[in-house]
Design a protein around this ligand. Structure first.
Ligand SMILES: N[C@@H](CCC(=O)N[C@@H](CS)C(=O)NCC(=O)O)C(=O)O
Length: 119
């Protein structure tokens, strides 16, 4: 089972690399502003999780160089569980200007949020 999952994961990564989506273009000032806003956003993920790949592809389409953290690493895993309440990925950590932090699960919700905020 572990081997099948490993092989499927590699296939997903390969297909993702081959059929990488085109990125939306912004002028350099707008892109700089977006990247500034992204400082407060982090994606907790597993590299070959299909739901995480789906979110990363949406981020690529939107030209969002998201910071990502591997939730398999014990320190990131602990932070995810402590902050978000469960060991599930993808999870988007969003820090507001007032310091309040939101942990958003569900790939579809994350993509809708990114599209609504940055498209
Ligand atoms: N409906 C969720 C599914 C997410 C999901 O099933 N993630 C798996 C990895 S692919 C997970 O975190 N499982 C918990 C674990 O592996 O501990 C979404 O669309 O984000």
């Amino acid at each position: 089972m572990k081997v099948i999952r490993l092989v499927l994961g590699k296939i997903i990564l390969l297909l993702n690399a081959v059929f990488s989506p085109k990125s939306q273009q912004r002028d350099s000032d707008a892109q700089q502003r977006v990247e500034q806003e992204l400082q407060a956003i982090t994606l907790y993920q597993f590299e070959s999780c299909p739901f995480c790949v789906k979110v990363r592809r949406a981020a690529k389409r939107l030209n969002l160089p998201l910071q990502t953290l591997d939730a398999k690493q014990p320190d990131h895993e602990q932070a995810l569980i402590a902050g978000g309440g469960k060991r599930k990925v993808p999870c988007l950590r969003i820090e507001q200007d007032n310091g309040e932090v939101t942990w958003m699960y569900e790939s579809n919700d994350i993509i809708a949020y990114l599209e609504q905020r940055f498209a």
